[in-house]
Design a binder for this molecule. Structure first.
Ligand code: DLZ
Length: 146
């Protein structure tokens, strides 16, 4: 299985920790480094387009989307969060490649750090696990890759 991770650079003190968590989950599932494609984008707003394009390429069975929006520091928090969530849902519906919403939407940096801490509660890890589960569920079904 080959999986893409689309990760936003904005708030990278959090998103790099989400990326580590996602990498760990994929590695534990037996996916080698050569089968993990990482795409870095500027911010959460740009995640859906990159996710859609890599999914449409046919190269991957799933896309893990990672980002971090912090309400206190982002005046147009609701707009970006909504565009990102709806964009990812539209991208997975259009491409029929499963995608996970590993985008933190928190009130403060402390909360984001808590949710990206190493370990089982890391939201990047949880997003990767969700993608793996969906990719396995859909594999071999009508219209699905592999
Ligand atoms: C502009 C912006 C702001 C203020 N806050 C965030 C954020 O908290 N998290 C995030 O991922 N991105 C943020 N961005 C950047 C936007 O997502 C986007 O990259 C820019 O508006 C350029 O389109």
């Amino acid at each position: 299985m080959r999986v893409a991770i689309v990760v936003a650079r904005f708030n990278d003190f959090v998103t790099e920790r989400l990326l580590d968590g996602a990498h760990e989950a994929l590695t534990e599932a037996g996916i080698g480094a050569d089968d993990i494609e990482v795409l870095r984008v500027p911010g959460a707003f740009e995640i859906p387009l990159a996710a859609e394009m890599v999914a449409a390429s046919g190269r991957v069975s799933g896309v893990v989307c990672l980002g971090c929006l912090i309400k206190g520091a982002t005046p147009h928090f609701e707009f970006i969060a909504s565009a990102c969530a709806h964009g990812i849902m539209a991208a997975q519906s259009k491409t029929r490649v499963p995608m996970a919403f590993g985008v933190l939407t928190t009130h403060a940096a402390e909360e984001a750090l808590e949710r990206s801490a190493p370990g089982p509660g890391n939201k990047g890890r949880e997003a990767a696990e969700a993608v793996l589960e969906m990719a396995r569920l859909l594999a071999g079904r009508a219209g699905m890759p592999r």
